[in-house]
Design a protein around this ligand. Sequence first.
Ligand SMILES: CC(C)(COP(=O)(O)OP(=O)(O)OC[C@H]1O[C@@H](n2cnc3c(N)ncnc32)[C@H](O)[C@@H]1OP(=O)(O)O)[C@@H](O)C(=O)NCCC(=O)NCCS
Length: 309
Amino acid sequence: MNLQALLAAMKPVRRHGEYVYVLWPHGRPLAPGIEAAVREAEGLTVVLPRATADTLELPYDFVASWITLEVHSELEAVGLTAAVGKALTDARISCNVLAGFHHDHLLVPVADAPRALEVLTELSAASRHQPRPELVLRNETAADRDKILALTAEAFAVSPVTGLPVKGEPFEVEVLRQLFGCAEYLPEFSVVAELAGEIVGHVISTRGWVGDYGLLGLGPIGVTPRLQRHGIGSALMKDTIDRANAAGEGGIALLGSTEYYPRFGFVPAASLGVQPPEESWGDHFQLLPLALWPGGVHGTFRYAGPLAG
Ligand SMILES: CC(C)(COP(=O)(O)OP(=O)(O)OC[C@H]1O[C@@H](n2cnc3c(N)ncnc32)[C@H](O)[C@@H]1OP(=O)(O)O)[C@@H](O)C(=O)NCCC(=O)NCCS
């Protein structure tokens, strides 16, 4: 699953010869020599050696070199195609990707093939030489608390609501301090993100209710300012959602940006019958119904004590 290890182990190999994309004539029996095929409503596309297409008198436009990405690994290629595609796009080389059971294959214009091999070899070498620390998500421990509070102070030093610098300690810090000590604190839902031993993000969810139905209230969430917009907040959100599903929770509620949270599946809570504690929050009060969301939960959400303010 580690993309960097996968790229480091990747060996691009160019196949002999030239290949073309051909629309196979309707009704004609398939001939030997076809290397790949895609059936669509409009017809059958096949990839085959140019010489074979010439022998069969089949027309084509795109003449390609075939590069196989050999990866000596049992790892799943998560993100590999995207990384390779980006490197080639940056080098202004167009490519068609075919995924086989064992390997990915790239078809690039013949004239660009030598450069494509160079780009891919460089990409692989760069991954070998620059070991990047991995983001670790783990439960918060009591020893992390001061660092988490400092991180929260930094993250909220500029108000996400007004966009202006906050005078003194942001109120989220005191809220968090109290959440750590409150009855609704849930240890498995206070998660830190750690990069090379440094705590760079934190998210907490605590017990909240609609009537007597318990669900999670998420927040605050914060990421070290210099590392914001690098996916750490998203990783914390996804981890919380996974943990909540695994724990059999029904839903997660939060107050936040209507631009950011919908990407994780959050919708205005009122659309599901759950009203914000304060009416003025409107659509900013959002809810993610989890796998076990029962439906039919109607009423006003109540946060854990320190958040209920
Ligand atoms: C909000 C926060 C936790 C997000 O974490 P992050 O690591 O910066 O975010 P990610 O890198 O995972 O996500 C980046 C994406 O979210 C968007 N995004 C991040 N914060 C956003 C916000 N407040 N409003 C709208 N979009 C936001 C970015 O534009 C980016 O979009 P893109 O992928 O389309 O380019 C972090 O920016 C932070 O600590 N902010 C200050 C404190 C705060 O506002 N907390 C939340 C209060 S509701």
